[in-house]
Design a protein around this ligand. Structure first.
Ligand code: HDL
Ligand code: ZN
Length: 417
């Protein structure tokens, strides 16, 4: 394919490559349609996304009691959010804009602001054909779920052998094991795994529990979200469980461990899932784990913008560390742009720039449309910079690099022995 020599032709080539790039979405909260009410989709679920619930209460300063909202039907909650955040105030936040992007790309007219008409369209959709349609609109080859055996209703779906779909792959989520050992032991005990104390017997039983779920799920990786005060090494329970349960399991199954660090759970419990906050994490904990266990692969994303530069520098030092996503409170255009530039400037294509974290199926459409635009802008700048040196990239090379940044490097990383 011919080399690109002209900056405007280059810009067009980058825009095309990113727009057409097949993306792998490595972290979501989606479920197969057969897993009953676990898979959220449709306009009322889009509107009651916990990001928008937080924004509703931030906007409705004190005029809405938490319990009044939680006692409302999903439909009434959605209507209130639509009225408050879309009609009475400009829907200019990232989550508000996201709903509109999704609806527009589905071919719906948001200009008439007719929620009833939008609801009618969704009521006519069949999830088994709608799910692949959403994946096609988002441009994904597959997405990775969050499969948590410590959540009874999730485990029940697997106990009942509910079918999956090829578009959704598994990840074994193990937060309670690390952050709430007593709770984890309760769940394991109900499943016939008698872990109790933080001793070799307890660790062995916890490993046996994980082995059983690795066999059932065949996960791409294990994952856990961790608080800002996760340190390693440390005398704390978290560090002991990581050392004695997580690492041996990762080694035995050649499974990467994804650590999502910096969440302050339920700083406002009344908001439910919308009540979590962020804190600056300890990048040295990641450094110590990567250096102590060079044969274990770590996928890491951190929640605080403050951590990003130090973490990106660390990824240059540890071949067994792969960064991913602009997670949650970083998943906003201003921070995505900054993080994407910083990561490409320091890591080239050896990073997975984004994941959607979608909780509602239809969100895949907006989360990826918004990210593609930012990535295209950054890559245009980066290729224009090298064009100025006389290096002439081809369209195929640009497409190759875009794929690496949006799923290819992840697949290379997890496949490496
Ligand atoms: O722990 C996680 O995986 C987070 O992504 C939480 O699920 C969070 O509530 C979320 O959805 N963030 O986008
Ligand atoms: Zn998540």
């Amino acid at each position: 394919m011919s080399k690109l020599t002209d900056p405007s032709a280059l810009a067009r080539a980058v825009e095309k490559a990113v727009a057409e790039c097949t993306i792998t979405d490595i972290h979501t909260h989606l479920f197969p349609p057969a897993h009953d009410e676990l898979l959220l989709w449709g306009v009322d679920e889009l509107l009651t996304y916990h990001y928008l619930v937080a924004e509703l209460f931030a906007t409705n300063v004190g005029r809405l009691a938490y319990e009044n909202f939680w006692h409302m039907s999903k439909s009434d909650q959605a209507a209130l959010i639509w009225k408050t955040l879309f009609v009475e105030h400009g829907p200019i936040s990232e989550s508000q804009r996201g709903v509109l992007t999704t609806l527009r790309r589905l071919g719906l007219d948001v200009g008439n602001r007719d929620l009833g008409r939008i609801r009618k369209w969704f009521a006519e959709q069949n999830i088994d054909s709608y799910l692949p349609k959403v994946f096609e609109l988002a441009g994904l080859d597959y997405a990775v779920m969050t499969n948590d055996p410590f959540v009874p209703i999730e485990a029940q779906q697997w106990d009942d052998c509910k079918p999956g779909v090829d578009l959704l792959r598994t990840a074994l989520r193990i937060d309670p094991l690390i952050v709430n050992w007593p709770k984890a032991c309760e769940v394991m005990s109900e499943c016939g795994f008698e872990a109790e104390n933080l001793d070799e017997a307890g660790y062995a039983e916890a490993r046996r529990f994980l082995d059983s779920w690795v066999a059932r799920l065949n996960p791409l990786y294990m994952a856990a979200s961790l608080p800002p005060d996760f340190h390693f090494p440390a005398a704390a329970t978290m560090a002991s469980v990581v050392e004695n349960v997580v690492i041996p399991t990762a080694r035995q199954h050649n499974l990467p461990m994804a650590m999502m660090i910096g969440v302050r759970k339920r700083i406002n419990p009344a908001l439910g899932d919308a009540g979590d906050g962020v804190g600056t994490g300890d990048v040295t904990a990641v450094q110590n784990l990567c250096m102590k266990y060079p044969d274990v692969k770590f996928l890491v994303t951190m929640l605080s913008r403050v951590n990003q530069h130090e973490l990106t520098v660390l990824a240059r030092k540890c071949p067994n560390l792969h960064l991913f996503g602009c997670w949650w409170f970083c998943n906003n255009p201003s921070i995505i742009d900054e993080m994407t530039r910083q990561r490409i400037e320091m890591l080239g294509t050896a990073v997975t720039l984004q994941h959607s974290d979608a909780r509602v199926l239809d969100q895949l459409i907006y989360k990826w449309a918004h990210t593609r635009k930012i990535v295209a802008n950054v890559l245009t700048d980066k290729y224009t910079d090298i064009l100025a040196t006389g290096w002439q990239p081809t369209e195929a090379e640009i497409a190759r690099d875009a794929r690496d940044l949006l799923g290819g490097s992840f697949e290379d990383f997890i496949a490496a022995e």
